[in-house]
Design a binder for this molecule. Structure first.
Ligand SMILES: *Cc1c(COP(=O)(O)O)cnc(C)c1O
Length: 402
């Protein structure tokens, strides 16, 4: 059996038609988009076409798109660029405890340089309460950064509601939409944000390219200065093949989202129901309904998540424990900890994230082999557990399964 890829929140395969769109820009159309000769103009046309395609995916204007090297850079520019521009007005930033590290780290950097950062809590399904945002606002708050959908648990935040509150208060709002763009509708007007991050490799595009949406009139300081590219917001010769591929991927994503992706929702729910029925002491992580279409995350008490992932790998299934970024950083997930999990249960996690290349047969195979693997791992951990300690008793107290 061919390898089964169940890790689309870490990255997606590059769509063949994206590769096809990129090829001419690797071979013939190698001009510099800033050059004034014919070759340069042709390169620029490819780039501006991609800008229109990306803008169309999120309901923005092409001149509000700044191409970057991906989600991490976009988040850094939004947060640091706002702080450097507006620190004289105030030095308070609001974010959440469950953001991607590409948001948490720049916020922590600012914290160690005289800024105050509020990390909002979440409930047991990983949801932020808009009223908590409202209450956290101070006269010196210059920025709020909250993700649209969480990479580890798939929970979708009430961004529209938060956006309305912030618009009323005139506070800049950044949204990390790296997991949601291409998976659910993302519209900058509906969401009410001033800045929004996207990454191409999470929506069937190439790695190392993404964009920051910057609402017209929003003032930030660039982090990379040089030749004045991207309207002075991001110096350096553009990653033309990557940008063209990103544009094509955005166009495909827009077609894909023309209708609700029920196939993914059904596959997801087959896995959620299948695991809940077959495996005792399994807990769905994240919100049961307000979650990304292809996103499944479970904790299995008494099971080590990383061992589980490598056992599945041996059976030809590529999944993950928590997030891709956590696979080499030790310690339990900050997201599950913020949701009230014990260290032990937070390290018992399996994330299965589906994409348009997955099918029922693959889900059948996965559901057929998983119960035995879990049972085997639980037997091992029972044998290893110190006397008087049962890892199976480690359950989140506030959590009950649906
Ligand atoms: C993947 C991811 C990022 C980082 O994007 P890169 O393009 O890999 O730098 C940021 N935020 C979220 C929510 C992500 O899932």
């Amino acid at each position: 059996m061919k390898e089964i890829y169940f890790d689309h929140s870490a990255t997606t395969p590059v769509d063949p038609s994206v590769v096809e769109a990129m090829m001419p820009y690797l071979k013939e159309t190698y001009g510099n988009p800033s050059s004034s000769h014919r070759m340069g103009k042709e390169a620029r046309r490819g780039m501006e076409n991609a800008r229109e395609q990306v803008a169309a995916l999120i309901g923005a204007r092409p001149d509000e798109i700044i191409f970057t090297s991906g989600g991490t850079e976009s988040n850094n520019v939004a947060i640091l660029g706002t702080a450097y521009r507006h620190w004289e007005k105030g030095r308070h930033i609001i974010t959440t405890a469950i953001e991607h590290r590409a948001v948490l780290e720049p916020c922590k950097f600012l914290q160690s340089h005289g800024f105050d950062v509020t990390f909002l809590p979440v409930d047991e399904s990983g949801m932020v309460d808009p009223e908590d945002v409202q209450r956290a606002i101070r006269t010196d708050t210059i920025l709020v950064s909250i993700m649209h959908a969480n990479n580890e648990i798939g929970t979708i935040q009430p961004i529209e509601e938060i956006g309305r509150i912030l618009k009323e208060r005139g506070i800049l709002f950044h949204c990390d939409a790296v997991q949601s763009a291409g998976r659910i509708p993302v519209d900058v007007e509906n969401l009410g944000c001033d800045m929004l991050s996207i990454s191409a490799h999470k929506l069937y595009g190439p790695k190392g390219v993404g964009c920051l949406y910057l609402r017209k009139g929003t003032e930030i300081v660039p982090l990379i200065t040089g030749g004045g590219q991207e309207r002075d917001y991001r110096g350096g010769t553009e990653n033309l093949p990557g940008i063209v591929g990103f544009g094509r991927a955005a166009e495909l994503a827009r077609q894909f989202l023309n209708r609700v992706p029920w196939e993914l929702v059904l596959l997801r729910d087959r896995i959620i129901d299948g695991i809940s029925e077959r495996i005792p002491d399994s807990y769905l992580n994240g919100h049961r309904f307000r979650r990304l279409p292809g996103h499944v995350s479970f904790s299995f008490s008494g099971v080590d998540g990383k061992t589980l992932v490598s056992m599945l790998d041996e059976k030809g299934i590529a999944a993950s424990s928590g997030s891709a970024c956590h696979s080499d950083s030790p310690g339990p997930s900050h997201v599950l900890k913020a949701m009230g999990y014990s260290d032990q249960l937070a390290q018992s996690t399996l994330r299965v994230t589906l994409g348009k290349d997955n099918d029922d047969r693959q889900v059948d195979y996965f559901l057929a082999i998983l119960p035995d693997i879990i049972e085997a791992l639980r037997n091992i951990s029972l044998e290893l557990a110190p006397e008087g300690e049962c890892p199976c008793e480690d359950q989140p107290s506030r959590y009950h399964q649906e």
